[in-house]
Design a protein around this ligand. Structure first.
Ligand code: DQA
Length: 147
């Protein structure tokens, strides 16, 4: 079985920018940690990052056919994208929303997520550990056959 680890705009810059907010790890570092973690549970990981809204919609639609779940940091689109929300809503595999920073203690526009109401859950403010928390939750959801 396969999990899609999906990251949105500007997360390709992790490790270079805003280290005080987003930490020192690169996206590749985080992807490797998730791959290593899920390997223990015999889950493969497909990774994809895009700065483009429609590509994220395409990736979600594709994942509903090829993956058992999605770990997703929609980044800036979290706070703006009805199209991405509708894609998450339309697919019937579990989707866990992750944010490195705590979106609830930053600018007020960040505290609203269009994605959260249609995601299985949201993990925010735990840095890169949030991805591992999401990975563990995904394992448990799939074990129980819950979505
Ligand atoms: C983010 C939080 C968003 O508000 C921001 O636009 C990002 C990253 C996070 O991981 O903390 O790009 O999703």
């Amino acid at each position: 079985r396969q999990i899609l680890l999906l990251n949105g705009p500007n997360l390709n810059l992790l490790g270079q920018r805003d280290q005080s907010v987003y930490g020192a790890k690169t996206l590749q570092d985080i992807e490797q940690e998730v791959i290593r973690f899920l390997k223990r549970y015999d889950l493969e990981v497909e990774t994809f990052q895009s700065n483009h809204e429609g590509e994220l919609v395409d990736a979600l639609q594709k994942a509903s056919k090829s993956s058992s779940g999605v770990i997703f940091n929609p980044a800036g689109y979290t706070h703006t994208s009805v199209a991405i929300r509708d894609a998450v809503d339309a697919i019937d595999i579990p989707v866990i929303e992750v944010h490195l920073s705590n979106i609830h203690n930053r600018e007020s526009f960040r505290s609203n997520s269009y994605i959260a109401p249609v995601a299985d859950g949201q993990i925010t403010g735990l840095g890169s550990n949030g991805y591992l928390a999401a990975a563990l939750a995904m394992v448990k959801i799939l074990e129980k056959g819950e979505s």
